[in-house]
Write a protein that binds this ligand. Sequence first.
Ligand code: GLC
Length: 431
Amino acid sequence: MPTPLHSDSSLSAQARDILIKNDRGGYTVPTQGLYPYQWNWDSAFVALGFAAFDRQRAWAELESLFQGQWTNGMVPHILFRVNDPGYFPGPDMWQCDPRKTGSAMPTSGITQPPVAASCVRELWELDGCSPEHPKLRALFPKLMAYTRWYRRFRDPLGNGLAMVVHNWETGRDNNPEWDGPLAAVDTSSVGPYTRRDTSHVNAAMRPTKQEYDRYVALLEFGRARGWDPQAIAQENPFRVLDVGITMMLLRADRDLLVLAHALGEQEAVAELQACIARAEQGIDMLWDESVGGFSSYDLRHDQPVSILSSASFLSFYAGVGSERQRAVQLEQLQRLGQSCRYLLPSLAPGSRTYDPMRYWRGPVWLVVSYMVAKGLREAGHHEWSHRIQEDSRQMIRESGFYESFSPETGQGTGGPDFSWTAAMWLHWCGT
Ligand code: GLC
């Protein structure tokens, strides 16, 4: 094992500096250059990092995220507070007019994993669990509006499983889980455009041109429908029940339930209990015996996606799975633990499209590792939780605060000085 370049205390100082450097005044960008705006689930995790040294600033991050919330309850995946020509697709492409959407600034037209409620619960617990917490009281109705938006527009089967209409919504942008469903997206109307991502990081780590055309085609589809959530949910050429969001939404509802109890919000308690019960019943639809795990489902073609990814292991975080399903998932983890030096890869080595350096086709993302480890710990699987935590710590020691890491060498991939990686060190895996 290589000698660590830095002591853990200097890494903690570096992590704090990264968050401070990426702070744009009340909101944080994921990293300079590559991602110059505020991202939904990034901000929620970043709040946990700030909480290690500035609790007020942590709450401010979440409050600022909800300034982007639409009147219909959706929290967009990107909030465009400034116009940065170094990013594509920017506000001019999305054309989400704040006068129509109700958000405080232009935003993208799609959402991202709803982890905000779970992060709010963590902040509230760090603050001592007071039912009189004014910041929690102010955020609670907004969090409820967000989960209701998911249930209203993104639960097409009414069984608690969450549908996505763009692969960017999943947060695991170009995981091979989306390859099949995306292949059917018609790109013939996509005009010329200039990507910006490949001028910030190595193109070999980023999606291909053909993949990008499909992402743009989906954006243009939603835009042509004025971002009407009903029309998009019914007609979109990409409609997938995402195992990741389904698990994170279920977890968010469980965390919201705890908050609703504490606040004495009886109506919300009943509503959340019903949502949770539906999802617990519905989840079996995502169990895929052929791959031995929970996996996404392509609704448009009515067929399972049949690919295991890091998101499959979020079942522990969501608190679902029969005894047998859990045992099978643990066997999979065991296999991964043997084939990878560092857990938890976004895709298993040996899969046809596995690439340890390419976005979501192999590299380890610490925010997913964190949620999976938390779920495993809560389920009593301490060795696995510990292994994932230790591997995460070690990759940061060896490579610094990269966006993601090769599961084989621990080498950093994607952008450097990354906010959510710094946050995960401060909140979870640093010493
Ligand atoms: C990439 C990731 C996404 C993340 C964003 C900002 O698009 O795939 O999950 O939110 O970068 O970090």
